[in-house]
Write a protein that binds this ligand. Structure first.
Ligand code: PAF
Length: 281
């Protein structure tokens, strides 16, 4: 006899359903951990849940919502992978308590008129310059999800490093009572950062993609190699280098001696953009 499949998590499709479940958990004194995602879940997402549990979350809820507001008109919103059944099975496998799968109308009801537009040095360039409006879309949906879920802890991956800093700033500036947990990037055996968009890569592109982390590690070990980095990446087979920069790890300003630094890159393989970053000692 094969072992029984683990029970699927509860599913909420409206904010009202979500609130009802969370209110029950709160009455029992549980701390709520939220993992905000756009689905097509991989080990990187599941690791966020483990980290939230270790940080004290008693109940884990995942939001799965492909947020149209953070995609530009020429970006991959319509082809972004959507795998609800597989995602729910993965959440069952890690014992997640609830999956929140709102519709676009639930998050952006007819007449929706407000959004959060971030400012300041964190959004001065990098993804903000390449994807105008992207971080307003991210900030708005993350604020809504944190408020709807009443989360005590929310976990974000370091892979989207600028997003992580933006979310930290968001909760500080809007007084959202939620601790933001930064979780190191999960990589495959060759060092490729796990990402739902890796599904778009062909075998040949994957072979090139796996070189990114190695090249970044060389530069992180010897930052004097930074200037030659874009050529090195193009020689390795990347079609374009959107940016490769060394920045202050907390403010994204230019680095100053004695403060933590981060090497941050975005490259392109065909129509797919890959982001990665590493700490620099
Ligand atoms: O990183 C993501 O998957 C998304 O930007 C997020 C944080 C779930 C907001 O839509």
């Amino acid at each position: 006899m094969s072992p029984a499949a683990p029970a699927l998590p509860l599913v909420a499709r409206t904010a009202a359903e979500l609130r009802t479940v969370v209110a029950g958990w709160r009455r029992d004194g549980a701390r709520i951990g939220l993992v905000p995602t756009m689905g097509a879940l991989h080990q990187g997402h599941l690791t966020l849940a483990e980290a939230a549990r270790r940080a004290g979350a008693d109940r884990i809820l995942f939001s799965i919502f492909v947020n149209p507001a953070q995609f530009g008109p020429k970006e991959d919103f319509s082809r972004y992978p959507r795998r609800e059944a597989e995602d729910l099975a993965k959440l069952a496998g890690i014992g997640a308590d609830l999956a929140y799968l709102p519709t676009v109308e639930e998050i952006y009801p007819p007449g929706f008129a407000f959004s959060i537009v971030p400012g300041g040095p964190i959004v001065a360039d990098l993804e903000a310059a390449i994807r105008p409006g992207h971080f307003a879309g991210v900030a708005t949906v993350v604020a809504k999800l944190l408020i709807q879920a009443g989360a005590d802890i929310a976990a974000f991956g370091e892979k989207d490093y600028q997003q992580l800093l933006l979310v930290r700033r968001l909760v500080r500036d809007l007084d959202l009572p939620c601790a933001i947990l930064a979780v190191p990037t999960v990589r495959d055996g060759d060092g490729l950062a796990l990402s739902s968009r890796n599904a778009f890569l062909t075998e040949a592109q994957l072979a090139v993609a796996r070189r990114l982390n190695r090249i970044l590690a060389e530069i992180a070990a010897e930052p004097g190699r930074l200037a030659a980095g874009p050529d090195r990446l193009r020689d390795a087979g990347f079609d374009a280098v959107d940016y490769l920069v060394l920045r202050d790890a907390e403010t994204l300003a230019d680095p100053v001696p004695g403060r933590p630094r981060r090497l941050i890159a975005a490259v392109r393989l065909g129509a797919t953009r890959l982001l990665d970053n590493l700490p620099v000692a």
